[in-house]
Design a binder for this molecule. Sequence first.
Ligand code: ADP
Ligand code: MG
Length: 327
Amino acid sequence: MDEFALINRFFTSLGRHSHGSQADTVIQGIGDDCAVLSVPSGQSLVVSIDTLVEGTHFVAGTDPAQLAWRLLGASVSDLAAMGAEPAWVTLALTLPAADESWLKPFSAALGEGLAYYGINLVGGDTTRGPLSLSAQVHGFVPHGAALLRSGARAGDLVCVSGTLGDSRGGLECILNADIAANDYLLDRFYRPTARVSLGQHMRRYATAAADISDGLLADLQHILTASCVGATVNPDLLPISTQLAAHFDNETAKRWALSGGEDFELCLTIAPECWQVLCEKAPSLAAQLTSIGVVDAELGLRLQTAEGTVSAAAVGFNHFANETRNS
Ligand code: ADP
Ligand code: MG
């Protein structure tokens, strides 16, 4: 199978399906030298790219369907963190061989993921070499409405969506044969769910946002640095799933929730008066929101512990933050 036959068989067909409310923005999709796309009036274009490299971000032999979900989930999560609506994706694939038994499940899962996120495959590149996958995602936000990292203010609450640490728990199930595999935790590792509708909803409420890819402490610190503020977080308030709590001891679960990474939940700062409104709306939100701390004027990130308030760096969580970081 040559390169063109491969593209035709596994990717051109995916590009023919129109997904989401932005399908009519694709003037020319896969098949020409470039895609031709139109940004709706009043909207800003939001762009991000993510890469997965075999041996660095995943082990050799990883199920191609899982890779497709993980690639899309991780890249669309960046759009979610901006409050953007997904529109288009381009895919750069480097493959060691035109292996149908890899391409077929990859293409099928990618098609499912595209439909799930309402995002249109509009182009890409296919080359031969060590396995590597890049997805560049494009989305829209109304002019001036993007959720930036730089808007947090002293007095805001620090909030997170969903539960934290699950992805790290899933990775532990994969790496450690002594630990019984748990489907929920494995799914959270392989199939992260980008919080797209929550992100869009939070444009009205959040002062700043980031998705949790490097670990809560690292990603919250990005918000604090960009906003020139600090924060104090209470680790006892971290949302931990019943599955993570059942598989690992309390301290481990808490440590992974703080620094495990790759949960692709959202970390948001919210003015206290907006929090009240959000709590009333809680049942209609796409994901559970938990308030875990407060933004303060004093720079730095602190944790409330039994011994009092200590610097997160001093507790040594930065070390753990590097434990699973691979990007
Ligand atoms: P060019 O040589 O002009 O860069 P290619 O021959 O690489 O174009 O690609 C032909 C068409 O197929 C282009 O529209 C390109 O965007 C698309 N394409 C190539 N690889 C992929 C892929 N992995 N996924 C989606 N579209 C792809
Ligand atoms: Mg060309």
